[in-house]
Ligand binder design. Sequence first.
Ligand SMILES: *Cc1c(COP(=O)(O)O)cnc(C)c1O
Length: 408
Amino acid sequence: MRRRSGKKDHGGLGTRSVWAGEKGKRWEGATQIPVVLSVAFGYDDVNQWLDVAQGKAPGHIYSRNTNPTVAAFEEKVRNLEMAEAATSFSSGMAAISNTLFALLSPGDRVVSVKDTYGGTNKLFIEILPRFGIEAALCDTTNHQAIEGVIGQGCKVVYLESPTNPTIKVVDLGRLASVAHRHGALVVVDNTFATPINQQPLSLGADLVIHSATKFLGGHADALGGVVCGAADLVDRIYHFREITGACLDPMAAYLLLRGMKTLQLRIQRQNESALKIARFLESHRAVVRVFYPGLKSHEHYAIARRQMRGFGGVLSFAIKGGFDSVKSFLPRLRHAHLAANLGAVETVAGPPATTSHVESSKGERAAAGIPEALIRYSVGVEDVEDLIADLSQALDKVRLTNLRSARA
Ligand SMILES: *Cc1c(COP(=O)(O)O)cnc(C)c1O
């Protein structure tokens, strides 16, 4: 676990993306953080060993608990989220499940929304109830209804914004203040926004979670998760994770750290490109609907403008012709991986049925308001003109195919 060192968090988000967590002693003056693969850390003096083990002196004992490379990653995220403390995990789902299990006990109630990440939704509907924890899942965009359910009492309010795959926006400040009035803790999954676009702690959240696998790492080559917030809460979660053993691997921590140096650059580029692409798609005849909070047509454009600095790199859109169109459209994209990932430097596209909602049935997807012909499109850092030309050529062929089959 990393706690604030007492030094100021210097500079803007771009400077901190590069420098936070990077200071400190280095082997032979190396300028880069070393990948420390040592499982244990040795001491010649037993008193010194005891001091470190009891938390009276800084240092490391065993890498399931803390590790120098992992600590540098935690410090970078902690700094960017402007949190008191941070602790990391082997994946985003490890961060989410360990946090919920550390905070909740049998008989407790958690309030959340229907549009959380697929794995999180499974925790709410299948796993937590087995331990006597009730999850009340509300309609994501009905803030009044969510407030009513929070008012019936709960231990934790768990939110995500923007959501996956229909990119809904939740008013975090409004729901955090209602939750606090009723004595509940507020946890926010900030994976889609990243601290560059949105800092939930400044809007009233108690804890912020990331799947670092996505935008934080940004290169689709390492899994990881992280939780940031007040030191007493993060401490509880860290001690739970020490025992469950869902710790981040030092090699993955290094890859995530390296990726994060360009976080602000990447997010700025992805924000700009996604908005241009969303506007292009909105004007295309083969597109039925575009979901992107930077569009004035978005239901919660005003909330997004208030709580976000940028609208993010993920959008989704429904095309004409149902799932058959999706199957012929996707393979025609030249500048996109067809894969179940997002937040990478490469553009990634896919339908909810094989990505965010692979665990859900067709009926469950329909109930969640996900159109069958939806495509989730995570914008990479390619030239936006190339991405628009690519989408354009693939959409034109869908239209031709549809016209031909309509005539036949
Ligand atoms: C991917 C994702 C997760 C899960 O993260 P993993 O690192 O794959 O375990 C959680 N929340 C959101 C919003 C995600 O996109």
